[in-house]
Ligand binder design. Structure first.
Ligand code: PMP
Length: 354
């Protein structure tokens, strides 16, 4: 009696950054964009006819796929969409990683990868980063059942040399190589053009960071028509209607305003430069960031103390209590005003402990 508990799937879930319930927090803990979505998104919400919600959405989000196809100049049959890039990545793991050989990814990377592997029963092996947190390309030249690389990597903020990343893709024709480009709009290089050269490459992106639409949940993947068709098959074996009608419209509206996208992205890049200089002056070290966050460590004060002290001052940043990175903080680039508040708080913390 009562043995139903034995039949429950026991999983170790991914723990997302905290979403505070109050509004007076300087929130630099989940790499959201500090600027509002494109004005076209607000306009769309004003004209949106709610009668459309009576009907099921288009299962393949055609209107969004068409807009993405125009924006990235790839045919529609090379695009797959999902509910944030987490959904796209989860589907991609389920679709592409079906080998008895282990899937490879770095030991320090997006902490959802091992969670999906465990949920889906995918064998995996992690490869150490070098002491400066760089991915060692040679580690990915062995036999494997697939590869996933976040580029820029998270939480390190470091982008790989594009030739090295291409070498990994080229040397693995028998595996699917997923490149998670969640932060690529803040970086220098993308591997997107390589989808025309390598049929085994799947590039995954999101509207959550550079497009200020984390709350709407849009992610997409670009890859060879064969890979995209396999992804759609798996998605349609699980849930046909992942993208809702309003989300599709929000995505299309966001893509319609390239000037706004560039303007807000450039503001973030400017603040990232200021943030780097000001934190360096306070005794912080960090790798050169190619993302909308800095991965920092202080020369005198343990990260955990700084995390708690900032939190007491209503400034949230991300702290990972994990080997190798437990003396680092991941701090999102916010507005200039938020940077001023962060620096003022850090000045007090530094003078208290040093
Ligand atoms: N990939 C990486 C590397 C990330 O940091 C995140 C953000 N947590 C995601 C994917 C998922 O983002 P989203 O589901 O909001 O698109």
């Amino acid at each position: 009696m009562g043995n139903w508990r034995d039949n429950l799937r026991k999983v170790r879930a991914y723990v997302p950054g905290e979403q505070p319930k109050v509004n007076d927090i300087v929130k630099l803990n989940t790499n959201e964009n500090p600027y509002p979505p494109a004005p076209a998104v607000r306009e769309m919400l004003a004209w949106f006819d709610t009668d459309q919600l009576r009907k099921y959405p288009a299962p393949e989000a055609d209107k969004l796929v068409k807009a993405l196809s125009d924006e990235y100049e790839v045919p529609e049959n090379m695009i797959f969409t999902g509910v944030g890039s987490d959904d796209v990545l989860g589907m991609a793991f389920l679709t592409c990683f079906n080998s008895d050989k282990p899937v490879l990814f770095p030991d320090i990377t997006y902490s959802f990868y091992d969670v999906w592997c465990e949920l889906f029963g995918i064998k995996y092996e992690t490869k150490k980063l070098d002491p400066s947190f760089f991915i060692v390309k040679e580690d990915y030249f062995c036999e494997n059942g697939g590869i996933v690389i976040a580029n820029p990597n998270a939480p390190t903020s470091i982008e790989m040399d594009p030739d090295d990343l291409e070498e990994i893709i080229a040397k693995n024709p028998d595996s699917v190589v997923i490149v998670d480009e969640a932060y690529v709009d803040f970086a220098e290089h993308t591997v997107l053009p390589l989808v025309n050269k390598y049929e085994n490459l799947l590039v995954v992106r999101t509207f959550s960071k550079s497009r200020s639409l984390a709350g709407v949940r849009i992610g997409f993947a670009i890859g060879s028509p064969e890979l995209i068709s396999a992804l759609k098959n798996v998605k349609n074996s699980y849930n046909s209607y992942t993208m809702n009608t309003l989300t599709v419209e929000a995505g299309v509206a966001s893509l319609s305003d390239r000037a706004y996208f560039e303007e807000t992205k450039n503001k973030i890049l400017r603040t990232r430069r200021h943030m780097a200089t000001r934190l360096r002056e306070l005794g912080f070290y960090y790798p050169k960031s190619s993302a909308n966050f800095l991965f920092v460590t202080h020369n005198r004060i343990p990260a955990k103390i700084i995390f708690q002290e900032l939190r007491n001052r209503k400034i949230y940043v991300r702290y990972f209590e994990k080997p190798l990175i437990d003396n680092y903080l991941r701090i999102t680039v916010g507005t200039e005003e938020e940077l001023d508040k962060l620096v003022a708080a850090l000045e007090r913390i530094v003078s208290k402990y040093v």
